[in-house]
Ligand binder design. Structure first.
Ligand SMILES: Cc1cc2nc3c(=O)[nH]c(=O)nc-3n(C[C@H](O)[C@H](O)[C@H](O)COP(=O)(O)O)c2cc1C
Length: 321
């Protein structure tokens, strides 16, 4: 990192209190003490991690994808290893929006951390209904709209693969809530900028990208797919260059702010995605390899700012031309 030196990872966490003011960020009008956010589906509601460190060390948490009704998810096996990453087909297992509001939100709300509600639906109306429910009480800071879900009325293609469908979902959520709306884009498209612009035109306040890349593995002994669902989403370091490219392209195509993600596992990766144009970023698969990864990245970023004389991390957003 700075001056060609990588910082040591042999440290004890949580480490002694350091001044990390250089990481303070305002994103979608919400205060983030640092730009590090736990990615949806990889951190639950943070409960398991609270035993390791205070969640307040993170800037934000994007909770598990939430649907109108509880979802049991896909049959197992639903995880497969891949070189430098993993495939998952969890199938949005979650307790539904009412259980989230009653059982998870009250605890999250008490913490000094930005709460991002990641929502999924089968129709634009469902997305709108979830957003409306979430807006009825305090606690949620941002709604993140996962448009990588099948559009049941249009043959099952993901909303995020058509600009018309992406527009319709964004509009439905926009009309249902006054909370900031951030639409999470799918990378499984030919032109991500077209979809990004459709979401901006429909009233999105921000965008997050990328979701997982569609993939598949086969067990050569059984000659059958490894995942019970046949296909799944690829995440982890393997997808990082795709994420950087898509953030870079999108940041040049829209005026609304971007939360970047996809394969980030070090502070250098975080710097790269921010230099490509992201204001904040999410860490997903890296948390499975190291539960402390988000904390290490935040600390290394603040150290990088100190070494490089950067007063606030926002100075580097989009500097790569
Ligand atoms: C096990 C698992 C579950 C996920 N669940 C969701 C989800 O519920 N909603 C969503 O929008 N993205 C979900 N994602 C995608 C991640 O939030 C993230 O966009 C993706 O994994 C890329 O980032 P990463 O490479 O840092 O993991 C999931 C990813 C994984 C690995």
């Amino acid at each position: 990192m700075g001056e060609g030196k990588t910082l040591s990872t042999e440290r004890v966490f949580p480490s002694p209190k350091k001044n990390m003011d250089c990481l303070h960020t305002k994103f979608l009008n919400v205060d983030f003490k640092n730009p590090v956010i736990a990615a949806s589906g990889t951190y639950g509601y943070g409960r398991e991690y609270e035993n390791l460190y205070p969640l307040e060390k993170l800037g934000g948490i994007s909770v598990k994808g939430t649907t109108l009704l509880p979802k049991p998810g896909n049959p197992v096996p639903r995880i497969a290893e891949t070189p430098s990453g993993m495939l998952n087909s969890i199938g949005l297992e979650n307790p539904g929006i009412d259980a989230f509001i009653n059982n998870e939100l009250p605890d999250l709300q008490k913490k000094d951390i930005a709460v991002i509600l990641n929502i999924s639906g089968n129709t634009p109306e469902q997305y709108g209904e979830i957003a409306a429910k979430a807006s009825l009480q305090p606690g949620v800071d941002i709604i993140e709209v996962n448009i990588s879900c099948p559009n049941v009325k249009q043959g099952g293609a993901a909303f995020g693969t058509s600009k018309e469908a992406a527009f319709a979902v964004t509009k439905a959520v926009r009309e249902a809530t006054n909370l900031p709306v951030m639409v999470k884009l799918s990378p499984n498209v030919t032109k991500i900028t077209e979809i990004a612009k459709a979401c901006e035109d429909a009233g999105a306040d921000g965008l997050s990208l990328i979701n997982t890349l569609l993939g598949m593995r086969i067990d050569v002994k059984t000659r059958r797919p490894i995942l019970a669902n046949v296909m799944g989403g690829l995440s982890g370091p393997a997808i990082f260059p795709v994420a950087v490219r898509m953030v870079y392209e999108t940041a040049r195509a829209v005026k609304i702010p971007i939360c970047g993600m996809g394969g980030i596992s070090t502070a250098e990766d975080a710097l790269e995605i921010m230099m490509a144009g992201a204001q904040t970023f999410q860490i997903g698969a890296a948390i499975f390899a190291d539960a402390y990864a988000p904390l290490k990245i935040a600390e290394d970023l603040s150290e990088w700012c100190r070494i490089n004389g950067v007063k606030n991390i926002s100075e580097i957003i989009g500097v790569c031309k």
